[in-house]
Write a protein that binds this ligand. Structure first.
Ligand code: CDP
Ligand code: MG
Length: 140
């Protein structure tokens, strides 16, 4: 079944000129891009997006990082899109991510890991709606 998911190219990968390579990889892996934009989060928006991590030791620094520059959120669709994208993205810690994954190629460490990917279909629906209005998504 075609399934939507959200990918975000994080500030580290945008500033290091990796967004084009990342777009190429997700298209080569069979994802359709339904929506894409460049934007910069303020602290309140980043806090809302990562509300699930509130109170964790890395939370405040995560907000510093995610608000440090522009990001490129993308609404994607593919068969089993959520779990497939997590595989393409690799482990949270870039240093432990499997060879060939986005984080292994473009991430630096456990925080600056190049991309975000939704972790469940339920969260994917919420996260796509966080960045994209109905009329900013195309091709269903
Ligand atoms: O992004 P992912 O779902 O793989 O990991 P997470 O556990 O949901 O954490 C969200 C984000 O917080 C990560 O992608 C990292 O950028 C950051 N993080 C961190 O800075 N230090 C950690 N120990 C764990 C996560
Ligand atoms: Mg997560």
């Amino acid at each position: 079944m075609e399934e939507r998911t959200l990918l975000i190219v994080k500030p580290d990968a945008v500033s290091q000129h990796h967004m084009g390579s990342i777009i190429t990889m997700v298209e080569a892996e069979g994802f359709r891009i339904l929506g894409m934009k460049m934007t910069q989060l303020d602290r309140e928006q980043a806090g809302a997006f990562y509300a699930v991590h509130q109170g964790k030791p890395f939370y405040e620094e995560l907000l510093d990082f995610m608000t440090s520059g522009p990001i490129v959120p993308m609404a994607l669709s593919r068969k089993e899109g959520v779990s497939y994208l997590r595989q393409v993205v690799g482990a949270t810690n870039s240093r432990e991510a499997a060879e060939g994954t986005i984080r292994a190629q473009f991430g630096t460490d456990v925080q600056q890991n190049a991309v975000h990917a939704s972790d469940s279909p339920e969260n994917a629906a919420k996260e796509v709606a966080f960045f994209f209005a109905e009329d900013e998504r195309f091709g269903g």
